[in-house]
Design a binder for this molecule. Structure first.
Ligand code: TMP
Length: 203
């Protein structure tokens, strides 16, 4: 049995990460690996209910952060930790970095509060690899508007919000060079597939 691996996908809305998430899951399965494909917020029955609230209901920024971490607590307990213990791969569309980027960078929530929530909920758990899909905000917004008829509460945010989210992601990438790989999301999907293939081959 191979050792389990935990990979998270991150990036601003419209960067194209969900398409690549689906591709990598299929790529790994085609190589015979047991892969759990999941997402945040969500990934459990309760987490998906919290997701529906988070994406639709206006709320205080700390409520938003707490609900993100509540959903994450459940997700780790029910899905992520058991899969890693079974030696499977967990490929997660967003994880804790999204809370730092969106609630910290985007909304301006104190980074230290997020660090203490992260310590509380994650303990030592961190992804083995985080892929941050990076694109200029205008490019991501164009893609988002072309693909989304009914934007959710986050997707409706202005460009300045996404500039702050993007800056926070770039900060996370530069502070965690061992764990994080920055992916140029302006490349074609086929080229990005090749980049991902190379990165996971080194695992
Ligand atoms: P998705 O569109 O990538 O599925 O993610 C849903 C939204 O939730 C996205 O706009 C980013 C946001 N989000 C946060 O604000 N904080 C978090 O911790 C997570 C996981 C997602």
């Amino acid at each position: 049995m191979t050792a389990g691996r935990f990979i998270s996908f991150e990036g601003i809305d419209g960067a194209g990460k969900s398409t690549q998430h689906a591709w990598l899951v299929e790529h790994l399965r085609a190589r015979g690996l047991a892969v759990v494909a999941t997402r945040e917020p969500g990934g459990t029955p309760l987490g998906e209910k919290l997701r529906a609230l988070l994406l639709a209901e206006p709320m205080h920024l700390e409520t938003e952060a707490l609900l993100m971490f509540a959903a994450r607590r459940e997700h780790i307990e029910q899905v992520i930790a058991p899969a890693l213990e079974r030696g499977e791969w967990v490929v997660c569309d967003r994880f804790v970095d999204a809370s730092f980027a969106y609630q910290g960078g985007g909304r301006g929530l104190d980074w230290k509060k997020l660090e203490s929530l992260s310590q509380w909920v994650l303990g030592d758990l961190q992804p083995d690899l985080t892929l941050i899909f990076d694109a200029p905000v205008e490019v991501a917004q164009q893609r988002l508007h072309a693909a989304t008829a009914n934007p959710d509460r986050f997707e409706q945010e202005q460009a300045a919000f996404f500039e702050r989210v993007r800056s926070a992601y770039l900060r996370i990438a530069s502070e965690n060079p061992q764990r994080v790989r920055l992916i140029d999301a302006t490349e074609t999907p086929a080229n990005i597939n090749k980049v991902l293939e190379k990165i996971v081959a080194t695992f």
